[in-house]
Write a protein that binds this ligand. Structure first.
Ligand code: FAD
Length: 407
């Protein structure tokens, strides 16, 4: 059998889980496996809201790729993917060109700014470790400037978060907790701090269970978060955000705008030679591109329709991880000329943290969980992933065990 070259782009949830599976299931003489990623580490995107305020350290969230891959079977290349040329079966990286027999695209998401003037330039985002670090430093820097500056500028203590979806709400919870600590550290009256959430739809967490949404709002409001729903961002400047509600525009003075209201698939997909739907590749049932039968797509770059709801499944780590099982199985089947399997997401539940001590979630289709039970459940979900990725060793090294931990 001719040895096949398998190239995996992106070491996020989808890419890493695919690699760990195929390095076990394929023999050395069957395949040459190459993983490409921009950083030498994998990071847990679902923890980034905690890195962005400093409730979890970057080192906890980062996992060196070499700690997880088998170097006998997988070659890791740290490089940036620039484009994919599927007709010629090649990938253009910043420093070299790679040829492949089988490709897995797992390049994740980018922030969608909906062309709001000033948003890209002045809003902070939480989409990778570096961005999270910038935001964390900026938040603390503004506390320290507020204390130092003679003329007290309350906009340094005003934080405006655009988007009340899962990421926005999880960030609000962490920020609310962190602000209490920063107020103590810098001896600032907590009443001076404003955390304002602006959400375009009539409610935060749109589509989520109403009782849990109310619980989340109460929990966050009790810690000082203000909600403005049914309002859209119109313009951002370095020191303000303009929003519109009921046709009326209002300006808030702030030094910190955080944008968590939209993601889209990595733009490399659109810029390469693929037909796209909402910027993603609408994959076949076996997770392959309908145009190129040697290209698998996974995670936030893939679009799968939820026919029961008549809309695509949302981009989540949960689905990316499940997809990796099907992709790994089907790559082996493709190489061995065996039958592939179809994939359908099995949504086990959704849990959103509301800071360090509170959370909400739905499990087993419709069972509601909240408070400390949901907080523990969230940690179990995080730990389960670590175990799946790197076994007991990784779980012990990076796992979340303390009930109410700090960094
Ligand atoms: P990613 O995990 O984003 O990985 C993509 C990888 O590709 C990254 O390593 C990146 O560095 C690399 N890459 C990107 N571009 C290039 C390039 N040009 N060259 C080389 N490498 C590149 N989902 C849930 O299910 N549950 C949650 O609780 C949850 N919470 C979230 C909280 C936050 C703050 C955020 C931002 C997202 C959350 N999500 C959650 C969504 C989830 O993180 C994504 O759906 C998931 O990360 C998608 O996995 P992926 O493998 O497609 O991409």
């Amino acid at each position: 059998m001719e040895k096949k070259s398998i190239v995996i782009l992106g070491a996020g949830y989808g890419g890493m889980m695919t690699v760990t599976k195929i390095q076990k299931s394929l023999r050395i003489e069957e395949a040459e496996i190459t993983l490409v990623n921009i950083n030498e580490y994998h990071y847990q995107t679902t923890w980034l809201h905690q890195n962005a305020v400093g409730t979890v350290s970057d080192d906890r969230t980062k996992i060196p790729i070499k700690d997880v891959i088998n170097p006998q079977k997988v070659t890791f290349i740290q490089d940036k993917v620039l484009s994919i040329q599927p007709k010629d079966k090649k990938v253009i990286l910043e420093k070299r060109i790679l040829h492949y027999d089988v490709l897995v695209i797992a390049l994740g998401f980018e922030v969608e700014t909906f062309d709001v003037p000033g948003l890209e330039a002045y809003a902070y985002t939480i989409n990778n470790i570096e961005k999270a670090r910038e935001l964390r430093r900026h938040i603390e820097h503004n506390f320290s400037l507020f204390v130092k500056e003679e003329k007290k500028n309350l906009s340094r203590l005003t934080f405006v978060i655009g988007g009340g979806g899962f990421t926005g709400v999880e960030f609000l919870g962490e920020l609310a907790d962190r602000v209490s600590e920063l107020c103590k550290k810098y001896n600032v009256d907590k009443q001076l701090v404003r955390i304002i959430n602006i959400e375009a739809t009539p409610t935060i967490l749109p589509g989520f269970d109403e009782q849990l949404v109310e619980y989340a709002m109460n929990s966050l409001e009790a810690r000082g978060v203000e909600f403005i729903t049914g309002a859209t961002f119109k313009e951002c400047t370095p020191t303000s955000v303009l929003f519109e509600k009921y046709g009326m525009q209002t300006k808030i003075s702030t030094h910190t705008i955080v944008w968590s209201a939209g993601v889209k698939a990595n733009s490399i997909i659109k810029e390469s030679d693929f037909t796209t739907n909402k910027g993603k590749i609408e994959v076949n049932n076996d997770m392959r591109s309908p145009e190129y039968d040697n290209v698998f797509v996974i995670g936030d770059c893939a679009l799968i329709m939820d026919f029961e709801k008549g809309k695509p499944y949302p981009p989540t780590a949960q689905i990316a991880i499940q997809e990796s099982e099907a992709v790994a199985y089907n790559i082996r089947a493709y190489i061995r000329n065996e039958e592939m399997e179809g994939f359908k997401p099995n949504i086990l539940g959704t849990v959103a943290s509301l800071g360090n001590r509170d959370a909400i979630g739905i499990i087993f289709k419709n069972k509601k969980v909240l408070g400390w039970k949901a907080t523990i459940l969230k940690k179990i979900i995080d730990n389960r992933y670590l175990f799946k990725l790197g076994g007991l060793r990784l779980l012990v090294k990076k796992g979340k065990f303390a009930i109410f931990p700090r960094v």
